[in-house]
Design a protein around this ligand. Structure first.
Ligand code: COA
Length: 143
């Protein structure tokens, strides 16, 4: 609860809930803006769609909303996020949206010591390359 309150208070523009016809929660998005200078960016902290509403384009809409807020409101350079290395569906989803894997963080998740992939999407191709290289400190690779 503290987690959600922190995000709601600090980045309300990045807190989006999609409600169904009966006011049931179909999905939600939580994010923030962070970094400085060339590293000023939007970050996806969570995007989840209830199983019965998946493959309808809802998460795509939520992500497009986050990208718009990041680009137009915060004038930031890119969006980044972490995803569990075993979450093949989510990795495919993000890649479908144009995100690229730029690094792997070993044992990032404390609950099961699972590795994370860092993914990013930049708003301009030149900055995209620079940011990816800057963030990774190494080569860009794909899965
Ligand atoms: C990942 C998740 C957010 C996708 O939500 P969604 O609303 O179903 O996604 P969309 O309908 O916008 O999917 C857009 C495209 O992404 C890809 N995609 C989405 N889910 C996929 C899956 N399970 N397997 C393969 N590709 C997938 C497809 O290309 C899809 O287009 P298509 O349906 O025309 O083939 C949802 O499965 C989810 O909530 N998972 C559990 C939480 C999670 O893993 N969150 C992300 C990590 S933080």
């Amino acid at each position: 609860m503290q987690f959600y309150m922190h995000y709601m208070c600090n980045w309300p523009e990045y807190f989006k809930v999609a409600l169904g016809p009966n006011n049931d929660i179909m999905g939600y998005l939580i994010g923030k803006a962070e970094g400085s200078d060339q590293k000023w960016h939007g970050h996806v902290s969570a995007v989840t769609v209830a199983p019965e509403y998946r493959r309808l384009g809802l998460a795509t809409d939520l992500m497009k909303y986050l990208e718009k807020v990041t680009n137009e409101l915060h004038k930031a350079w890119f969006v980044d996020l972490f995803v569990r290395s075993g979450n093949a569906a989510a990795i495919k989803f993000y890649q479908h949206l144009g995100y690229s894997i730029y690094r792997k963080v070993l044992k990032y998740y404390s609950d099961n010591k699972e590795d994370a992939y860092g993914l990013s999407l930049c708003f301009c191709s030149f900055v995209s390359l620079l940011s990816s290289l800057y963030l990774s400190g190494s080569q860009i690779y794909t899965v």
